[in-house]
Design a protein around this ligand. Sequence first.
Ligand SMILES: [Zn+2]
Length: 181
Amino acid sequence: MTDYFFKTIVLSVCFFFFSCGTKAGDQEKQIRDRPGSNLNRQKSEKMPDKVLKTSEQWRQLLTPEQYDVTRKKATEPAFSGEYNNFKENGLFRCVCCDSDLFSSENKFDSGSGWPSFWAPVSEKNLKTAEDISLGLIRTEVLCSRCNAHLGHLFDDGPPPTGQRYCINSIALKFIRNSQGF
Ligand SMILES: [Zn+2]
């Protein structure tokens, strides 16, 4: 009788722990599957969401000069931009959507009159298109998140890539790195 009683207690305790473990697993799955949960967000942060706005919405967010360059593909005059002769350490983000575009670590003085970089922070954050305006065939550089026109890409840059991302200052927003990397 005592032996039977003991076995019943052991089995009950085992069943209790088993069911608790299953419930905890189910709860974690439910939280992960819930839209907007932290676990879900961590997974999707690698691919930035697209930013789509109407012309009128962009006009309200940007200065007329920023709008002309980023949304209408204008070019700021050479040697006029804020970041042409600029040597501080930090990150250059898209002025329209804040996507990380270029690092000061990859900036170089091209002498062209526009800020120049030999590589982006991530190629996923940029996209390119053929530009046949002005009677030239050039490669246009755009923000992949919001479609902002940023500048052009040339293959006469320095090592190690040999690329020159020639970017309008006005399309960029500088974030100083306080840790000084
Ligand atoms: Zn953008």
